[in-house]
Design a protein. Structure first.
Length: 63
């Protein structure tokens, strides 16, 4: 259920399948580690890499 909420909360229906899978992975990480911190940092890393990619593209750097 939390994976579905994670996907829907991002507000992009086209990305829902991928976000649902990421939500499952984060939930499994929570269960395996018994801590929210690993999932928090993984989500932070994902967002940081996405932001970096956008910044590079906006500055004309091809990837």
């Amino acid at each position: 259920m939390s994976a579905l909420i994670f996907g829907v909360a991002h507000g992009d229906p086209a990305s829902l399948p991928v976000l649902f899978c990421i939500g499952i992975a984060l939930a499994l990480l929570r269960l395996l580690t018994n801590s929210y911190w690993p999932g928090f940092f993984l989500h932070l890393l994902n967002n940081a890499l996405s932001a970096l990619l956008i910044i590079l593209v906006l500055h004309g750097i091809q990837i």
